[in-house]
Write a protein that binds this ligand. Sequence first.
Ligand code: 4AD
Ligand code: MG
Length: 504
Amino acid sequence: MYIEELHSAVGKTVTLKGWVSNKREGKGIVFIVLRDGSGYCQCVVTEETAGTAGLENAQGLSLESSVELTGLVIEDEKQIGGYELQVSGVIPVGESENYPVSKKEHGVEFLMDQRHLWLRSTRQWAIMRIRNRIIYSIHQYFQEQGFVQMDAPIFTGNACEGTSTLFETDFYGEPAYLSQSGQLYGEAMAMAMGRIYTFGPTFRAEKSKTRRHLSEFWMIEPEMAFYDIFQNMDCIEGMLHAIIKDVLAHCAQELKTIGRDISLLESSLTSFPRLTYDEAVRIIKGEQDVNGKNGIGSLEEELRRVQLRLEEVNAEIADRETKIASGGMKKGEINFFQTKIDALKQEKADLEEDSRNIPQWIRSAREFEYGNDFGGSDETVITRLFDSPIMVYDWPHAVKAFYLKRNPENPDFARGVDVLAPEGYGEIVGGGERETNVELLKAKITEHDLPMEAFEWYLDLRRFGAVPHSGFGLGLERMVTWVCGLKHVRESIPFPRMYGRLKP
Ligand code: 4AD
Ligand code: MG
């Protein structure tokens, strides 16, 4: 029996198989929080119910050792998961001596080195379950509408998203690249199947450490024949709504476990504001307000708030530390104070980070040059003004990918669309309508210094029955990071690959 099925076993005796995620002992009693991957359950072992041998076996269990516990299922709202097991049998399975990932705060580098074990912790468990649900709902959304899933090759001869982030590899003596995007192959397949989506690994050499970039990530790339950029935006919005609804409906416990404020997901179930690049730039530069809020003005306000709060936090830490140092406190009281101090120090670190970041955001917003692509801080500035994702479209063609269609009414602009998630998360989707004019595409391929010969097959798609078509790419880890409210993309994937991180 799995813990998530306990609701159907109240009053019955069942066997659970899992790992000890927590253990407390009293005189003649052991409380084990068992985890089995499907959930958590408190299991109580006493001599009365489990016998002397059972109790001794339970006492011998250590953190993260594995065990089979048999017992009676009791409903108990107060317990994690809502049930408790009154244990009658304890069979130890695998030992675990000196488990290295304790409940104590560890540095993130240590945790990343222990990623193979860190994945067992409650918070990581919840994030991975949400990731799983997101994957499931993406497939469901597209399958229900009749899209055909396709797998694009990983070895490619084409750069799709610029040559600067290619991972080169050896393909029987010929240079090949790890795929930066399945899009070009998706376009070919859309001409065969109508509407398709890829769901595959994607590789980008990004030699910098940011909270948004991975070297290996998973991308979902739908491609739709006969869709223009506006139908493309409808499709993106429909997909994001479906994912959010699904996660809210099926991952309530996981969201609660990680302390996610779900009002910020619920507010994203409205239609997303669609802004042209020009409007978005005015907002970033503080020349246009959003619902009475000015981008730069509200950042300045926020900075003042952060500084005031920082003073308060510093004073409270000092105060509590003095009280502990002056002696005379009971052990329990000291522990309580210390926990509070640890929490305040975490808040202090976050506030200090904000007080370093906000002035930079203000500066880069003020100095934003019209015509440029958005950087991370520009995305932060604009998305903080909205409580749902926004879609920015019609970008200067010079800063976007070669395959985007020119706006027929204003050829300086390309029909690309980026979806930026709120709360400062920034770009989660990039896409657009595709250029169908062979001559314009050739000019772009030359301009981007790409080898024409490698793109001949792609140009064929325009030579034989070209149709207007559009598509987009959703970065799975960016989506998970936003939905879970994570600070860094590295926690959104089981084994992250990024600059400086190849192990475990
Ligand atoms: O904006 P990008 O580069 O667009 C494409 O690759 C297009 N070919 C997609 C298409 O139209 N079919 O990447 C799409 C998304 C980004 O919005 C982001 O969510 C994610 O992929 N992404 C990354 N995620 C993690 N780490 C990275 N280094 C990423 N680069 C892009
Ligand atoms: Mg992009």
